[in-house]
Write a protein that binds this ligand. Structure first.
Ligand code: KIV
Length: 302
C-alpha cells in the first residue's frame, strides 16, 4: 500500500472531538463546500477535515442568482449525495431560507432531516442573538449547530447587498454580542463570513467553541472556501476577493468539450481504439442479413 493510501485508510472519521482537539492544538481545520457524491469523495481523499453542504449550491449547481430560492428538498438531495461520498470528513448541512426562521419546532424538524435522512454530522444556520432560541432548540434535540455570523447571504435584501462586516466599533460589538450569545445558546461552532482579520481574531478569542472563517483572515480555527471558487468552475458573477483559485477546472472542462465537439464534427471520434470488436464470421452473417433485408436501407457501409 503506498503512503497516501495508508494515510487515507487509517484516517479516522472527523467528529466534534477531533475539531475541538485541532482548535486546542492550534491546527487550522480545512473546510470546503460540496454538493454531490464525486466532490465529497475528492474532499475525503484529499484529507479535508470538514464539508459544508452549503445553500450556495443553489448558485453553484442550480444557477440561482442568490441562495434565497433554495428549498429543503434541494438541500436533502445535495446532502444525501455528499454523505454517501464523505466517509471521513465532518459534514455540516446548511439550513436553507425559511427552514428555521419560522419556529423552534420547524427548525428542529428540518435540522433533524439533515441528520436522520441525509446523514450530516451538524447543521448551520444564519444569525446570532435573534436565532438564539432556534440554536437552543436544535442543540437540545441533540444536533450540533454552527452559527453563521458577519455577512449572512440569506439576509442580503435587508443588508442591501454583499459587504464586509466588523469594520467599525458598532458592527464589531454587535458580532461579538452575537458570538457570545450563540455560544451560550449551545452552538458548537461559529462561522464568520467577510470580516477583517484582526476583529475576526478577537471574536475567536472571546469564545471557547471553534470559530471558522470564510473571507475573515487567518486568526481563526479553520478556513472555508466554496468548492467552485477553489477549483475555478463557478459560472456566475460573484467573485469575492478572498476566493483563491487553486485550479482552472472550468477551463479544462470547456477545452475538453470543445475538442470533443471538433472531433465529432470531423468524424475523428470514435477512432479504432474506441470500437468494440466483433467476430469476423458473425460480422459476415450480419452483413449478409442486412444486404437482403428490406428494413435496412443504407447500403454504403456494407
Ligand atoms: O452556503 C454556503 O456555502 C455558505 C458559505 C458562503 C458560508 O453559507
Amino acid at each position: 500500500m503506498d503512503n497516501e493510501k495508508k494515510i487515507e485508510s487509517t484516517r479516522k472519521k472527523v467528529n466534534l472531538g477531533t475539531l475541538r482537539h485541532l482548535k486546542k492544538e492550534g491546527i487550522p481545520a480545512s473546510y470546503v463546500t460540496a454538493y454531490d457524491y464525486p466532490s465529497a469523495c475528492f474532499a475525503d481523499a484529499a484529507g479535508i477535515d470538514m464539508i459544508l453542504v452549503g445553500d450556495s449550491g443553489g448558485m453553484t449547481m442550480l444557477g440561482y442568482a442568490n441562495t434565497m430560492p433554495v428549498t429543503m428538498e434541494e438541500m436533502m438531495f445535495f446532502s444525501k449525495a455528499v454523505c454517501r461520498g464523505a466517509k471521513k470528513c465532518f459534514v455540516v448541512g446548511d439550513m436553507p431560507f425559511l427552514s428555521y426562521q419560522i419556529s423552534d419546532a420547524s427548525a428542529i424538524q428540518n435540522a433533524g432531516r439533515f441528520v436522520a435522512e441525509a446523514g450530516c454530522d451538524a447543521v448551520k444556520l444564519e444569525g446570532g442573538v435573534r436565532m438564539a432560541s432556534r440554536i437552543r432548540a436544535i442543540s437540545d434535540a441533540g444536533i450540533a449547530v454552527m452559527a453563521h455570523l458577519g455577512l449572512t447571504p440569506q439576509s442580503i435584501s435587508l443588508a442591501g447587498g454583499y459587504k464586509v462586516y466588523g469594520k467599525n466599533l458598532d458592527e464589531f460589538k454587535s458580532i461579538l454580542q452575537d458570538a457570545i450569545e450563540v455560544e451560550k445558546a449551545g452552538a458548537s461552532f461559529i462561522l464568520l463570513e467577510a470580516m477583517p482579520e484582526e476583529p475576526a481574531g478577537w471574536i475567536r478569542d472571546a469564545v471557547n467553541i471553534p470559530v471558522y472563517g470564510i473571507g475573515a483572515g487567518k486568526k481563526l480555527d479553520g478556513q472555508l472556501l466554496i468548492l467552485h471558487d477553489l477549483i475555478g468552475s463557478f459560472v456566475g458573477d460573484v467573485h469575492p476577493k478572498f476566493a483563491k483559485k487553486y485550479a482552472e477546472v472550468g477551463k479544462i472542462i470547456t477545452e475538453a468539450l470543445a475538442t470533443y465537439h471538433t472531433e465529432v464534427k470531423a468524424a475523428q471520434f470514435p477512432s479504432e481504439s474506441h470500437l468494440y470488436p466483433v467476430d469476423v464470421a458473425e460480422l459476415a452473417k450480419i452483413r449478409e442479413f442486412c444486404a437482403s433485408s428490406k428494413v435496412i436501407k443504407t447500403k454504403s457501409s456494407r
